[in-house]
Design a protein around this ligand. Sequence first.
Ligand code: PHB
Length: 390
Amino acid sequence: MTIRSIAAIAAMLLFAAAAPGHAQDTIKVGLIAPMTGPFAPNGKQMQTAAQLYIQEHGDMVAGHKIELVVRDDAGVPDNSKRLAQELVVNDGAKFLMGFGLTPIALAIGPIATEAKVPAIITLAGTSIITEKSPYFVRTSFTLPQSAVIIADWAAQNGIKKVVTLVTDYAPGQDAEKAFIERFKAGGGETVESLRVPLQNPDYAPFLQRAADAKPNALFIFVPASQGGVVMKQFVERGLDKSGIKLIGPGDFADDELLNGMGDAALGAVTAHNYSAAHPSAMNQAFVKAYKAASGGGRPNFVGVHTYDGMHLVYAALEKTGGDTDGTKLVEAMKGMAWESPRGPISIDPETRDIIQNIYVREVKRGDDGELYNMEFATFENVKDPVKAAK
Ligand code: PHB
């Protein structure tokens, strides 16, 4: 961000604060989400889950009415940045939330810092993001959080030779690095590392190269909503008959799309923070309510992160007694702990990043005939390993 645009925001903020008729009793939460474009399923998860939270908990918090304002950035960082500025300056939003891709979160960081508005990350998963603004708080995950756990599982379960295939941008690089280092430490070998472009990806040639290397397992990271395409191309090339096991963080085994992937997904083992099959009473109620709210679709981790983001808004406002000073709100969020549909979670007071259980899961057919990520091992209270090592 240039000095000039920072000055422009500062001037606009002063103007907005002085402008009459600013409804003080309504608190706007700006949700910036991809409602159109290739990542639209993620925007729909975010919107549905945020609205569901409000529906379940009422729209009054600490004497203020909460208004969710959804803005479609189509997954394009320049749009997100403009929308964030408008939300803060014109709409007087007291919280920003969403950010479907790492470059979007990074574009919004300077705006959150300058405007002193909490920005809750409900999807982007690159480790470094939370270090880019003191107003970032994360309810999603970091890719290394689960990549190291699946690396250990692979090394301990007879997998010796792996090919990695990741989307070629920051979270993919984070996932790849964390996996390769940890798998090597466990005695495994990564024989090839393939990176697929983020825009208009064609996975087929990469999948063929992966197959030609004849690994025991293929480690996949693609951003949420892309898993269906990878799996389709995997089957089209006959790789489901190759005996290559699919492993990775759970992004490609997305609960919303999983059932449409068919038998090819059976046996995939992933480490992740959320499964629609998580057996808690809270999750069962959440899945049922989400399905009703979305017209039948299943919630996935994107929905859960956003549902928890709304919880953070509510709980922080309750703690400040309705004070919307952004610095006080972020302070209130630090160390907060609560039960999520994914299990117990908290906000690390030092890093503002999430601490959560990571589950190892296998895709199986449930009693209802649908495919689920069935959890079989739990690693409790996992911090982002990249920041923990600093
Ligand atoms: C990201 O861009 O950081 C990102 C997006 C979707 C995911 C994971 C990470 O599923």
